[in-house]
Design a protein around this ligand. Sequence first.
Ligand code: SF4
Length: 471
Amino acid sequence: MYNKLSKNATEFISHEEIISTIETAELSALDTDYLGGLIKRAEDMKGLDHKEALALLESNDDDINERIFALAKRIKSEKYGNRVVMFAPLYLSNHCINGCVYCPYHVKNKDIARKKLVGADLEREVIALQDMGHKRLAIESGEHPTESPIEYILDCIKTIYNIKHKNGAIRRANINIAATTVENYRKLHDAGIGTYILFQETYNKKNYMLLHPTGPKSNYDYHTEAMDRAVEGGIDDVGIGVLYGLEHYKYDFVGLLMHAEHLEATYGVGPHTMSVPRIRPASDIEITDFDNGISDDLLVKIVAVLRIAVPYTGLIISTREEASVRERLLQVGVTQISGGSRTSVGGYADGGEDEDTKQFEVADNRTLDEVVAWLIEIGHLPSFCTACYREGRTGNLFMDIVKKGGIASTCEINALITLSEYLDDYASENTRKDGFKMLNNYVSAMSEGKIKQIIEGKLARITKGERDIRV
Ligand code: SF4
């Protein structure tokens, strides 16, 4: 039975509803009048439901597809401006007791070294990230009751926030750890985390059970209901995602949107972010074993339709994708990207990826400076801002700002200020030169009144000493 208000995973992610949506879309995707009507309605930027979104995704009509991409670009531009939020993953531990067949950290893999960061090793890693210029991290850890219990994660968060090296500071730590209890989510909330991120991997319960044969993660319901417990534990911003390649894309595209609809209907606020990674080569993982891979073109269309369906949810793409694909995705809807990423435990401080502890091969190997320079060159505005969550603008409050167009205006100023901070402190000479040229162009285009407001601190405020930027 489908019930998006239910807190039971198999009711808000109803298998029957997904199958019926896929069957209906096969016919509705042929009806160009219907699809044209959907696009027209979506122009008001109030989103579309999972049935409508899949119909658009399945369309093979050139004119409809052109209109989909044009609308996605318009929504991206009007709601988010050119701003792109920068982050990096930080792998704390690769000890894991789960049996996920697509992940090299699975318990049976004896070909990788097991490692976790503590004490001076963690501090060196955080300093290395600060020295690159990062302010926002996605903290990653495998699931292990003794190697990485919640107390270990909480200690790491405290250490990460406390380290201030030169002008560096990690101002927002988003956390991607295994599904846990309401009590533990409350502890994470109290520790000041940003977004709690947990990928569903696949919403198809039958396939999920095959892909997760052992360990606590094999409990589909517990995993799928994690965001409900996170919200109950006080976490306002949650990030959801699927791993494309594990299941047929249509199933997980619909499941992802149904999950968002469940959160919105139940708590009045949808997911803060969505991620759409594709499976990558890794130790003990043969991607040819997974026959649901999707093409670059399909990934771009998925992102474009998501941009239309959930206009107020940030869309994230990592260094799993190469630069050319990232550029296409940025144009049609992606709002956050990682840069200079290492996917191993200790990979930043060691000056290079630790092959023995790596989770997957990245496809974009550029440094953060190179990624920033590239974004500037292709007309995007890299942002290192983390003000919202520290100012309490989370959950519903944040969504209200996005809905009123505040991201493109207010956040743009914070993006300019934090980019200028990055350019001063960390950029190479060429990046600094091009970056300040871009900043000058933005400022030249501003009205005198707006510049005055900025200077007077009415739009943006830089706290002296802390070099801390807020609005
Ligand atoms: S996906 Fe996560 S839970 Fe599964 S083996 Fe990898 S680290 Fe462990």
